[in-house]
Design a protein around this ligand. Structure first.
Ligand SMILES: [Zn+2]
Length: 283
């Protein structure tokens, strides 16, 4: 079984997580730029973070044979802080980089007018840089947030097939399916979407245009929940091919639209990382 986690925040995870993921068949990940918990106070903090997403993290992942790509954006929550607005000016520099396979995560947190503006501006960047877009849906008032998200996506003129709308559930899946966008589901250990609920959604809606991720970050989360969900699919009678479609081919097709997804030599660790001596061992 090969697994591609299309949304995971490895910056917040340990090297033990990389080792466990590799041991369970997770061979590729996409790490979206997001909110780090501590509010950032200037665009320079974002520049260092973006550099880490395209430099240090791919290197760290490669030590375990995992291919790492990133998405770049000003996240919806920090979009509300005027001190962070300059991040939009930094983005073109990063959207040109090889390891960047989408603009994201963008979308709504509290659905403020500023979020509207920043969301639209970043969809325009996705069009300009010919990149797909990863769109986060708010955790509160999900149905309203998702409807409004789909309206903004439509108004932007970006092709629906180049948009992944994430953190969906039973209430929002139908809306996104009808829109033609790709459907993302984040599986969590306790709250929100669980593996059995995900299997049920797959039974009702099928595996086409569906991506499953762990969204693991600094909160309570589990980077192996993609694997648990894949096994739950098999136990529920889905074929190995269905599992491969959801867990590998769908993310490859979606992010492959960037023209930058590099999955060649997937199990050859990179030899060096500029500016760093060695990661492995640590003793
Ligand atoms: Zn996320």
């Amino acid at each position: 079984m090969r697994i591609f986690d299309p949304h995971i925040h490895m910056t917040s995870r340990t090297t033990d997580d990389y080792a466990a993921m590799a041991a369970h068949g997770i061979q590729a990940v996409v790490e979206p730029a997001f909110w780090l918990g501590q509010p950032r106070t200037n665009p320079g903090s974002f520049a260092d973070y973006f550099d880490s997403l395209i430099g240090w993290e791919p290197y760290r992942a490669a030590q375990y044979g995992i291919r790492h790509h990133a998405t770049i954006a000003l996240n919806p929550k920090e979009a509300n802080d005027p001190r962070c607005r300059g991040v939009l000016d930094l983005m073109p520099r990063y959207l040109d980089k090889d390891g960047v396979v989408a603009v994201g995560e963008i979308g709504y947190d509290s659905m403020t007018p500023v979020e509207d503006e920043v969301f639209a501006a970043q969809l325009a960047l996705a069009i300009e840089f010919e990149l797909p877009a990863l769109v986060h849906t708010p955790h509160r008032d999900k149905a309203t947030g998702t409807k409004r998200t789909l309206d903004v996506v439509k108004e932007s003129g970006i092709e629906a097939g180049r948009v992944l709308v994430d953190h969906l559930n039973e209430v929002t899946v139908g809306l996104v399916k009808d829109s033609g966008c790709w459907m993302g589901f984040s599986i969590y250990p306790e709250t929100k979407m669980s593996p059995p609920r995900m299997v049920q959604i797959l039974k009702e809606h099928g595996p086409q245009r569906v991506l499953v991720n762990s969204a693991a970050d600094w909160g309570k989360s589990d980077p192996l929940l993609t694997v648990t969900t894949a096994n739950a699919m098999l136990e529920a009678g889905f074929s190995a091919d269905d599992v491969d479609l959801v867990m590998w081919r769908n993310p490859v097709e979606f992010y492959g639209q960037s023209g930058r997804l590099d999955l060649s030599d997937i199990d050859k660790p990179d030899a060096t990382f500029e500016g760093s001596s060695i990661l492995r061992g640590g003793s």
